[in-house]
Design a protein around this ligand. Sequence first.
Ligand SMILES: [Fe+2]
Ligand SMILES: [Fe+2]
Length: 227
Amino acid sequence: MTTTENARTLTGEEFVAELDGENRAALERLGQLSAAGDAPETLTVERLLQVALKNELEAAEVAALWMGTTTELDVKLAFARQVGDEAKHYRLISERLARLGADASRIDPREGGYSPLFEYLRALQSTTARVAAGQFTREAVALVRNQAFIEFCESRGDLETAALYREQIQPDERHHHELGRVLLARYGVTADEQSVARQAAARTLELAEEIQEMARLKAGISRAPGC
Ligand SMILES: [Fe+2]
Ligand SMILES: [Fe+2]
């Protein structure tokens, strides 16, 4: 950073554009990791949809926790909308699993505990950090992962699951990410807020990558959808 850049705080819009650029490299790497190698034969759409249930539950729950402890009304309502959308995704995925022959009512995605990303996000206190990590960044991760999952579904001939993601789930995740963009530009206007937001976004990407690598190494799971 040059001295001139240090001399003034970025506007909210400038800050979001900068963070978008910083996130892009990590998101591209995540996308490549998601689609890397040949998917093992044992990896099925059904198995990945079960992973998706856990991600949707965690996304809904963290937004619900934040809703109660966020004072800014527009952000509180953005979290409320996200809670509803992620719960709807959970239901749509359960219904799809049922059509694939699985008994979704017997699946409890809380088995095995919540993810380290969930634990990290739920502890965030600053509104700007929550918006940067939970909406702007995590939802961008979801978009990238869901795209890799859509391609996997198509490669296995499951056009119905691909369509569910492309037509119903992805537009919501894009909306959550865009809400994050607007709110971050509105509240990320001081050097302190920007620094907190930048750290939260970076940590979110790190955790997302660690969790993905762990799932691949331990269970051969790649191409899992996000939230
Ligand atoms: Fe989402
Ligand atoms: Fe979702």
